[in-house]
Design a protein around this ligand. Structure first.
Ligand code: FAD
Ligand code: DLZ
Ligand code: SF4
Length: 525
């Protein structure tokens, strides 16, 4: 029997938005929806189990919502209708129906883009790859911004988008509050008597529970724990999570945005990145909800501007950069960093308390907030000279929100400066004193952040100077690093030697996987 469908609407796992460009004009009578859980997507990195469960559960719920609307959904689930790749699933769907056209929204990474670009030849069929318009800026907006500039800094792109969207803008074209950026007000550490409220979590329903029960057996190469799973898996839940954040966490988001504490893995952060990235929430509704909280007097400007800047600024900027810089962006290695990823990245078993907390929470929850990602794990990877491709693969695997378009610029560009400064104006290198200032981690650590040498000295301190010294040729002329290089030049030679020796002894221990030998009491006192 001839199928009534002529067009396939192919929906990827990060396109779970009813209004996504591939579905906008879909018609249940003519169009067949295809969704798939191919092996390729579950295995291109060793994803965290919570990431697999969240994406598959959200996909299955979204397919059910489309069915409720009257659509026929050919759903290739990994249990009953195994497929190797998206192409494999499309082939099976085309074979079953008399298809003349495929409509798909552009994917979120080069790997899948290359796969989709082969479809017209693979199937001798017309393929309409539509722009993903769930962002404030089309990709051409970033190209226009970038084309005449030497430096592609986020701040100017962000200001342009504030003007274009009118978000947090006065009618006369000035930014609300007279300033574009309130970052200086957003650098407080968490006082002892402040305890952040718990974030909103959701009990697993039948679909989620079945996936939670099966992941360990069905995805043996995946990593991380699933016990704490409480992520939203439908748009309805995502909207409740957003509402909870706006009411209970946004007001203090700004103050403690850069703080870290053993008391809370999430502080006042929103935890909405996976919902934004897979399409359960849209960036404009999130920014408008935050802006409304400001105008209603429910949240201060430093919190609201700080939060909006992350989405309207950073999120848009890294997406533009990822596509603008092309598929080879992540292949470089500016500092020629070659050290393999230490084993503790996979189990969190490391004596440095900040790393133990940040990596431990990551493996436990598939989440760490921005400063843990950047200034603890990223900073360590930078200073210790870890291989950037291995670090990027780790970040792509372990975080619930990790998709290459957003993960790669943040890790390769911002945290590791492996692109030689295409993204950041200087490496985010910091000593233990920064971590001590912004967290309570050092209080429970066997090392001392105020010491530079000796068995109990914080390893970040000597590593910082080792990094600056070994990369002096590449960084010495950077105007933003004038101060540390002047301090280094002024330091006595024997002090310099002690710091370099201290760092090298640490790196040898790291290479020999001997870090867990804690300093003896005699060394400590
Ligand atoms: P909040 O602190 O509540 O921020 C609100 C929103 O702003 C986030 O949900 C996110 O959508 C957006 N945002 C904030 N910072 C950034 C940023 N630098 N780039 C893009 N969007 C941003 N974010 C991802 O979504 N996926 C990743 O794979 C990812 N990898 C990262 C790797 C490194 C090394 C670093 C330093 C950052 C990475 N980020 C990534 C950015 C940021 O850390 C996360 O978006 C944030 O921690 C998510 O938690 P949240 O929703 O509670 O964020
Ligand atoms: C990350 C992921 C995983 C684990 N599984 C699936 C899946 O089964 N089906 C799917 O369509 N997408 C999945 N994804 C997200 C894809 O990797 C994402 O759609 C691509 O990165 C394209 O943007
Ligand atoms: Fe981390 Fe150093 Fe503080 Fe320990 S002392 S928690 S290693 S910064």
């Amino acid at each position: 029997m001839k199928s009534r469908f002529q067009t396939i609407r192919f929906v990827l796992g990060d396109q779970l938005t009813r209004g996504v460009s591939s579905l906008k004009d879909a018609d249940p009578d003519r169009d067949l929806i295809v969704m798939a859980e191919p092996r390729s997507e579950a295995t291109y990195v060793a994803h965290h189990r919570q990431k697999i469960v969240m994406i598959l559960s959200a996909m299955r719920h979204f397919a059910d919502e489309l069915r409720d609307e009257g659509f026929h959904v050919e759903y290739f689930d990994y249990q009953n209708r195994k497929t190797k790749s998206f192409t494999d699933a499309l082939k099976a769907a085309i074979a079953e129906h008399d298809i003349q056209q495929v409509i798909v929204t552009e994917p979120g990474e080069w790997r899948v883009r290359h796969e989709i670009d082969k479809w017209p030849d693979d199937f001798d069929i017309s393929v309409d790859v539509r722009a993903d318009d769930r962002f404030f800026s089309p990709l051409s907006g970033f190209e226009d911004f970038a084309k005449d500039r030497k430096e592609l800094r986020m701040e100017y792109f962000y200001r342009g988008l504030r003007r274009d969207t009118g978000i947090l803008m006065e009618p006369d074209g000035k930014p609300v509050g007279g300033q574009w950026n309130f970052d200086h007000d957003n650098r407080k550490s968490l006082p002892d008597d402040v305890t952040p409220p718990s974030p909103k979590t959701f009990a697993p329903d039948k679909i989620t529970q079945e996936l939670l029960d099966r992941t360990e057996d069905d995805f043996p190469d995946a990593l991380g724990n699933i016990a704490s799973f409480g992520w939203p898996v439908t748009r309805k839940e995502a909207l409740r999570a957003l509402d909870h954040f706006i009411k209970h966490r946004l007001p203090r988001f700004g103050d403690y945005q850069d703080a870290m504490t053993v008391k809370s893995a999430t502080l006042y952060h929103s935890l909405i990145s996976p919902c934004l990235n897979i399409g359960l929430l849209l960036p404009d509704e999130v920014c408008h909800a935050a802006e409304k909280a400001y105008h209603d007097g429910k949240a201060p400007l430093n919190a609201v501007e700080g939060f909006i800047r992350q989405i309207l600024g950073w999120r848009e900027y890294v997406r533009g950069l990822y596509w603008y810089l092309g598929p080879d962006y992540g292949n470089g290695n500016h500092f020629d960093a070659k050290r393999p990823l230490p084993a503790f990245f996979w189990d969190g078993d490391v004596p440095m308390n900040c790393l133990k907390q940040a990596i431990g929470e990551t493996l436990e929850n598939a989440y760490a907030h921005h400063i843990q990602r950047l200034m603890v794990i990223g900073n360590f990877s930078l200073l210790a000279g870890l291989n950037p491709q291995e670090v990027c693969e780790w970040y792509l695997a372990v975080y619930i929100d990790a998709f290459e378009w957003v993960e790669l610029p943040n890790t390769f560009g911002m945290a590791l400066y492996a692109d030689g400064g295409k993204m950041a104006s200087k490496p985010y290198a910091a000593s233990g004193k920064y971590i001590d200032r912004m967290s309570d981690y050092c209080q429970g650590c066997q090392y001392n952040p105020r010491k530079n040498t000796g068995a109990d000295a914080c390893p970040f301190n000597a590593l910082y100077w080792h990094f600056m010294d070994r990369n002096a040729k590449k960084l010495g002329n950077n105007p933003r690093l004038g101060m540390p290089y002047r301090n280094w030049a002024r330091m006595r030679d024997d002090k310099k030697r002690d710091l370099i020796d201290q760092a090298e002894a640490f790196l040898h221990k790291l290479d020999d996987d001997k870090l867990d030998a804690s300093p003896s009491q005699a060394d400590l006192f």
